[in-house]
Design a protein around this ligand. Structure first.
Ligand code: C2E
Ligand code: CA
Ligand code: CA
Length: 419
């Protein structure tokens, strides 16, 4: 949605500002009013905020300070989560970045949706962007079903979906930072549900892993990915495809041979397929998965270590498995331009990967400032909403021409900033 559209849909939302400082609170109220938001509540500490919520009911977004007398922001957020009193939270604080980060984790641990953090006094543009994320979330939730339920589907429903081939692939571009070229797309599975519309993978992949259906799904994903690779090849594109492999798939040591044969039959080189493996998934069954990975590598497939930095043994995995690509998890990437620790982590990971001869992908890039930072730090490839959201393959060519223009402007703005 464009920013004007976002602004329109923002106006109908209810916001609660929790801030002890009168001046900061009145700045926040003014900024919200200037965005056209009418339904605004305020409170000077957590206790007062809970009373407001008791009186008026759940609000869409809470903008919350951390350091307040009485009930502080940290305690308040706990209460907010327990009673599900807000759709999402924005943390506004003058505290140092490392504390804010801890609170960010805490908010997410509580199961609250965090739209982001803001410095004070609140700046209109930043606040508008963060509130825009809320309307994005709402749109996603209304078009994808269901979000929170842990096990919303039965095994039978998933079986039917498999036999009716209702799973489809969305492609998310991975672009070169140096040239802007479309290096690859990552294919992300969606379930085109006959009643509920587009269903996101987090609601069915874990279930299918448990039920043993994931292998059948992976087969369908691979089949579709290979068709897409053929399509790229016919169009003269050298774009690779990344697919996500569950750890369970790696238990099958004959998989590399089968996959190799499938590609050979289509005269496709195995280098065109990037197999993304989550590092945490490797911890459980090391022996067989190591064998499969070694065989995949031997056959010429590319291996990518996904969500890097989020597992407990990242370094160990790097030491054992010949990965060609390292994907820095989006929790380190988003907002890195304003965060010393995240920046240092990215910097160190890029250095490590390059020393080991690997290419680095930053995932979850949403903001232009983070793009520029990654460029400075020497990151190779970027993936994230800033470049493109996952899309049906039919939309790729329109996106590409639009992206090429945006990339040129990006380069121009970087150059003029350096002059
Ligand atoms: P993943 O492999 O880490 O994929 C990246 C996820 O981050 C995708 O979510 C993508 O839509 C989302 N994303 C990309 N850029 C941004 C951004 O800038 N901001 C934010 N907030 N999110 C971004 P999605 O499509 O919901 O997939 C979730 C997970 O489901 C994937 O995480 C992957 O682990 C799993 N998955 C998806 N398709 C398959 C599949 O075919 N097989 C298996 N085994 N797992 C799959
Ligand atoms: Ca992935
Ligand atoms: Ca990832």
């Amino acid at each position: 949605m464009d920013s004007l559209g976002n602004l329109e849909s923002l106006k109908g939302h209810t916001i609660l500002v929790v801030e002890d400082n009168d001046f900061q609170r009145s700045v926040a109220l003014q900024v919200l009013q200037s965005l056209g938001i009418k339904d605004i509540h305020q409170a000077a500490d957590g206790l007062q905020a809970l009373k407001v919520l008791e009186q008026f009911g759940k609000v869409d977004v809470v903008i919350c300070d951390l350091d307040m007398p009485g009930m502080d922001g940290i305690q308040f957020l706990g209460e907010l989560a327990k009673n599900k009193l807000a759709g999402a939270v924005i943390v506004a604080s003058a505290m140092e970045a490392s504390l804010i980060r801890t609170v960010e984790d805490l908010v997410q641990e509580h199961g609250l949706k965090l739209l982001g953090t803001l410095a004070k006094p609140l700046a209109k543009k930043k606040l508008q962007d963060l509130l825009g994320r809320f309307t994005d979330l709402e749109t996603e939730e209304s078009t994808s079903f269901p979000q929170d339920a842990k096990a919303p589907w039965t095994v039978k429903e998933l079986d039917d979906a498999l036999s009716r081939k209702e799973f489809t692939l969305y492609h998310q571009p991975k672009v070169s930072m140096a040239t802007g070229e479309l290096e690859a797309t990552e294919v992300l599975c969606r379930w085109q549900h006959p009643e509920h519309g587009l269903v996101m993978p987090d609601s069915f992949i874990p279930l299918m892993e448990e039920s043993g259906q994931i292998e059948a799904l992976t087969e369908q994903v691979i089949e579709k990915a290979l068709v897409a690779l053929c399509d790229f090849k016919t169009k003269g594109m050298t774009t690779k495809i990344g697919i996500n492999l569950s750890a369970i798939t790696l238990n099958d040591t004959s998989m590399p041979d089968r996959l190799f044969k499938q590609l050979s039959a289509l005269k496709l080189s195995p280098e065109l397929l990037m197999l993304e493996i989550t590092e945490s998934s490797l911890i459980d069954q090391p022996a067989k998965s190591l064998e499969t990975l070694a065989r995949l590598k031997m056959k010429g497939f590319m291996l990518s270590i996904d969500d890097f930095g989020t597992g407990y043994s990242s370094m160990k995995q790097l030491n054992r498995i010949p990965f060609s690509e390292l994907k820095i998890d989006r929790s380190f990437v988003d907002g890195a331009s304003e965060d010393k620790t995240r920046k240092a982590i990215i910097d160190a990971n890029i250095g490590l990967a390059h020393t080991l001869g690997m290419r680095v992908v930053a995932e979850g890039v949403e903001q232009v400032a983070d793009w520029h930072l990654l460029n400075e730090l020497g990151c190779d490839i970027v993936q994230g909403y800033f470049v493109a959201r996952p899309m049906p393959i039919s939309e790729l060519s329109d996106w590409l021409s639009d992206w090429q223009q945006r990339f040129e402007q990006l380069n121009d703005s970087q150059q003029s900033a350096c002059e």
